[in-house]
Design a binder for this molecule. Structure first.
Ligand code: M6R
Length: 610
């Protein structure tokens, strides 16, 4: 949460800062600010609101300089206000700091600093950093002053500092919150995430926990908290810069929904071949023997990624006959989980930076379990911390509501379950060839499904005034019901709940009346008759039914108020298709309600605090 951007080079920093912060706005958007150094003097501009508000302010009163840092905030300590916006300065206004994370011992540091005469202006935890650095600056120089100050700090941070005393450099540090340094020609970029710098360079250094960087236009010097110098390699990011733009769509969410067929193609590409039973994962880091030794799988994740884990549970049980379960990462990490060296813990995460998921991976490693990350962001912390990684290859996902990350996660999980099923002798080569063939068909079927968009938009119009909604499913339709409800809640602010359809009679059916839209995943398969029964129960109580059904289903027609058909596929792959209409439904309802779709209130794309 919170986004940091920095520029040092030979051009005016401000346009880079504003552009970079716009790209990072999905990480937080309650206030924003920038600071530059011009001829050795600091200039700061900040305000409550979005980057567009800051931009208007800067148009009226621009600030100059070829070096600068900026911040877009998701408030943790101190409400969104001018004073609490970053950058924060020291008493002498000689240096400014931007920070993402939480300084846990800030209260005690603040008391100590106040006792030594420091005057605080904000209610943030961040401001203690500015004052701590101020105390060490004169004697130590900026790089060393930041390092020394951080030794006094407990918590998580990604931070950037500039100072009038050493005007040609940015000092940055990372512990727990992501930070990358992008290398251009005689210019450097600092950012919380890759999409912010893609337009300028694909060459990056990932800072690791406990590392500090001194960045000038010529070089990046890295040391550890101990002061020892660290040598780092440049990683080349091959994402297309266009992928971080809206490309003619009104929102990233809509663009990313439409990108799903190609994203799935990229996820499959190079890992399977048509008419073959072979599956390759280059960075899985598990031998066939290790795969055979696994006797239990635990998926751990948060939010939408957790829903992918729920489907993973079904797929691993079905295709690999392995006992599987899914745990919220925040619960898993504190639960004293019973796992051992034969347990495989699969962490699912788009960003690779979610604090709870990262802590769950550490917990699993500490208990000797093997860990795999299913991750979208190349080189992210969780991808590097786990023993093995499978990248989803979805390209940058900018919309806060996760869409293409989810369907590519499901694609990877399906392939992993097949691989485990094969190695364990549950699935033979012929069966694997057929299951792979069915997966390869999915992108084209999804393209066909996306043609239903106008119909879904029309249904959205009817539902846009609802205040509540229920989503019901059975089997693999249940996690999709949860995901559909989450999408609706987060982008349209309509209260929605997902339930296993059979649970209705145990309570939620009391909610049904003529004002309650009920979205039912009525997909072909073993549970179809049962779900028809659940639809009857809803209809008998006056509820409106919006069914997501398999193409060719005629029985559903008279039982539902609205029907969205998905192309036919096997039961194991139906979640990949069934979720798409629910994403579109949430999107268009949010459009009709005038919501901030790519940046829903109170949310941030990557949750790097507990
Ligand atoms: O980056 P991650 O996949 O670890 O993020 C986990 C959740 O924060 C995320 O899936 C969240 O629930 C989505 N924004 C929902 O659309």
């Amino acid at each position: 949460m919170c986004g940091i951007f920095g520029y040092v080079g030979y051009k005016e920093a401000l346009p880079f800062l504003v552009e970079g912060l716009k790209k990072l706005e999905y990480r937080g958007y309650d206030s924003a600010g920038v600071a530059t150094l011009d001829k050795g003097k600091l200039f700061v501009s900040k305000c409550v609101g979005k980057i567009s508000d800051l931009e208007s302010l800067l148009q009226q009163k621009p600030i100059a300089g070829e070096i600068g840092i900026g911040h877009t905030r998701w408030a943790t300590h101190g409400q969104p206000s001018h004073l609490n916006s970053h950058p924060h300065e020291d008493c002498r206004s000689e240096l400014v700091v931007v920070h993402n994370g939480i300084i846990e011992n800030y209260m005690e540091l603040r008391q100590e600093l106040s006792a030594r005469g420091h005057k605080f202006k904000s209610a943030t935890d961040t401001e203690v950093l500015a004052h701590l650095i101020e105390e060490n600056l004169e004697a130590e120089g900026l790089f060393s002053a930041v390092r020394k100050s951080l030794l006094a700090v407990r918590g998580s941070y990604a931070l950037a500092v500039i100072s009038e005393r050493e005007p040609g450099k940015i000092v940055a540090a990372r512990h727990g919150s992501p930070l990358i340094v992008g290398h251009g020609e005689d210019e450097k970029f600092l950012a919380s995430d890759i999409p912010a710098i893609l337009k300028y360079t694909g060459k990056v250094i990932y800072l690791d926990n406990g590392e500090l960087a001194e960045i000038s236009s010529e070089e990046t010097r890295i040391i550890g908290l101990s002061g020892k110098s660290v040598s780092k390699k440049l990683t080349f990011i091959s994402w297309d810069p266009e992928s971080a733009e809206k490309g003619g769509y009104s929102h990233f969410m809509l663009k990313e929904i439409h990108e799903q067929p190609n994203a799935i193609r990229k996820t499959i590409e190079g890992r399977v071949e048509a008419d073959s039973h072979k599956i390759h994962f280059d960075e899985l880091n598990l031998t066939d023997e290790e795969i055979r030794r696994v006797n239990r799988v635990v998926f751990t994740a948060c939010g939408t990624s957790w829903h992918a884990g729920l489907i993973g549970e079904y797929l691993f049980e079905q295709l690999a006959k392995l006992p599987s379960e899914v745990e919220y990462a925040a619960e898993f990490r504190y639960r004293n989980p019973i796992i051992d060296e034969n347990t495989l813990v699969i962490a699912i995460t788009q960003s690779g930076e979610t604090a709870d998921t990262l802590a769950a991976v550490w917990e699993a490693k500490a208990r000797n379990a093997k860990t795999i990350a299913i991750c979208n962001v190349v080189g992210s912390t969780i991808a590097r911390e786990a023993h093995g990684v499978v990248y989803t290859n979805a390209g940058p996902e900018i919309g806060v509501a996760s869409t293409k990350a989810f369907t590519t996660q499901l694609t990877v999980i399906y392939l992993l379950a097949l691989l485990f099923g094969k190695r364990r002798g549950i699935i033979d080569d012929n069966e694997a060839t057929e299951l792979i063939r069915r997966l390869i068909e999915i992108p084209q079927k999804m393209e066909q499904l996306l043609l239903s968009e106008p119909k879904i938009e029309a249904i959205a119009e009817k539902l846009s005034k609802a205040t509540n909604a229920l989503y019901l499913g059975r089997g693999k339709g249940f996690p999709i019901a949860l995901e559909g409800a989450l999408k609706l809640k987060e982008v349209s602010y309509i209260h929605a709940e997902g339930y296993p359809a059979a649970e209705m009679k145990h309570g939620p059916i009391a909610l049904i009346d003529e004002n309650m839209p009920v979205v039912v995943l009525a997909l072909a398969g073993r549970r179809y008759d049962k779900i028809l029964g659940n639809i009857e129960e809803v209809k008998a109580r006056g509820g409106q039914v919006i069914a997501v059904a398999s193409e060719g289903d005629t029985m559903i027609t008279e039982k539902s108020d609205e029907i969205i058909y998905i192309p036919s596929t096997i039961e194991s792959l139906s979640p990949l298709l069934a979720v798409v209409p629910l994403q579109l439904l949430a999107y268009y309802i949010a459009v009709k309600r005038g919501c901030h779709i790519d940046q829903p209130r109170n949310l941030a794309k990557s949750v790097t605090v507990e």
